[in-house]
Ligand binder design. Structure first.
Ligand code: 3PG
Length: 400
């Protein structure tokens, strides 16, 4: 198996991938265009933030799996991958602690104005008078938007600081909110005006694009801190800049709408230059601990794929297939049985969507579950049941 790793990846784990019998090309400096030129014979591609475009996916015949060594998969053209039957998998949760640590760091830094403190000291200025005015964080209301793995890690850390914790998340139930010690608020619009600090931890998706809209930004308390260690696409950046320039809020951000794709570049951004914005270089997940955890998960996914063909953390699987019926066929475990069953379905113009065949001890009998889009006719079902010496029993049931 030929594996292209087109991003920085720890050497120890590259050796483990080689140890699986794979031929590894390690190209930590590759950018999107270079993937297109070098992907033709690859079976698996591993990336961090480097883009895997539709052009790259279409330039290969063999590609079967793209692993995002990280959480967000918005740098991979999932639609193009799905059209060619290429699995996309990610490593959720493996870098959550690192991202939560950065969010906490930005909150603390904003409160004590650590950046200005340091700059003044570097310029030979001692100004205890100016920097002794922080209010402190204890008892402040921290609103967490998105309670996935990163949101939860932030909540754990924030609890120790003594914040009042409130959260909005699509999947947050009152029971879960109680268990993790947050007040559950039903919408972002209701959460934001109640908070002294807002930290966003959502994935980039069509439904979250611009969720931190101008209206939401304008509803923040005067003097609030806004923290983004998630994705730039979640935020109306122009409205954020406007609020910053008007002195209404202060910001800690790791992401920018027009951030460079490459690892090093010149970068001009009004947001990152603003005096009350503390910016970092999209480094939320970039700790050695996090990158080792992500790499170990990548190796685990690859190992399982090579051994069983199964893909863990598969993100481009159709959630609800068009299947409305399920045909369960108990059959003798011998060649041609499934071909005969499928041929009966084909004659009836019934499309098989998902199929699972399992074998019983002794390898005499097996059971195949075939999810189908339309109901097979009673003649087809009779024909399948009557497959003499092949089918033991078959049964149709409605699903979904
Ligand atoms: C992620 O989605 O996991 C983070 O944004 C990290 O991205 P990176 O691995 O490119 O730093």
């Amino acid at each position: 198996m030929k594996v292209l790793i087109a991003d920085k990846f720890p050497e120890r784990y590259i050796e483990q991938i080689r140890g699986l019998g794979s031929q590894v090309s390690y190209e930590p400096r590759f950018e999107a265009a270079e993937i297109v030129e070098n992907i033709a014979d690859k079976d698996v591609v591993v990336v961090r933030s480097t883009k895997v475009t539709a052009e790259a996916i279409e330039a290969t015949q063999n590609l079967s799996l793209i692993i995002r060594a990280g959480a967000g998969t918005n740098n991979i053209d999932k639609q193009a991958a799905s059209c060619r039957g290429v699995y996309v998998a990610n490593c959720p949760g493996m870098n959550s602690i690192a991202v939560a640590e950065l969010a906490m760091g930005l909150i603390c830094a904003l409160d004590r104005r650590i950046v200005e403190n340091t700059i003044d000291l570097r310029n030979g200025i001692w100004n205890k008078a100016e920097y002794s005015q922080a209010d402190g964080l204890y008892g402040k209301v921290l609103g967490v938007v998105g309670v996935g793995k990163i949101g939860e890690e932030l909540i754990k850390r924030a609890r120790v600081f003594g914040f009042q914790l409130k959260a909005y998340s699509r999947s947050l139930t009152p029971d879960k909110a109680k268990a993790i010690g947050v007040a559950c608020v039903p919408s972002v619009a209701e959460l934001v005006p109640q908070c002294d600090i807002i930290s966003v931890h959502l994935a980039a998706a069509p439904e979250t694009e611009g969720i931190i809209s101008k209206e939401i930004i304008d509803s923040m308390k005067p003097g609030a801190y806004f923290i983004n260690t998630a994705r730039a696409e979640l935020v109306d950046e122009a409205a954020l800049l406007e609020a910053v320039q008007a002195g209404r809020i202060r910001v800690g951000t790791d992401l920018y709408r027009d951030e460079p794709e490459g690892k090093t570049a010149a970068f001009e951004s009004e947001l990152s230059k603003a005096a009350t914005v503390y910016g970092t270089h999209h480094i939320g997940a970039s700790t050695t601990q996090a990158q080792n955890a992500v790499a170990a998960e990548t190796v685990r996914i690859l190992k399982l794929f090579l051994k069983t063909g199964r893909v863990e953390n598969w993100v481009n699987r159709l959630v609800k297939t068009p299947a409305n019926w399920q045909l369960v066929v108990r059959h003798h475990d011998k060649p041609g049985v499934l071909a005969a069953v499928l041929s009966c379905l084909k004659e009836d113009n019934v499309n098989a969507e998902e199929i699972e065949n399992v074998i019983f001890e002794g390898a005499q009998a097996a059971c195949c579950t075939i999810q189908v889009d339309t109901k097979p006719s009673s003649e087809t079902l009779e024909k399948i049941s009557a497959l003499e010496g092949q089918v033991i029993h078959s049964e149709l049931m409605g699903i979904g």
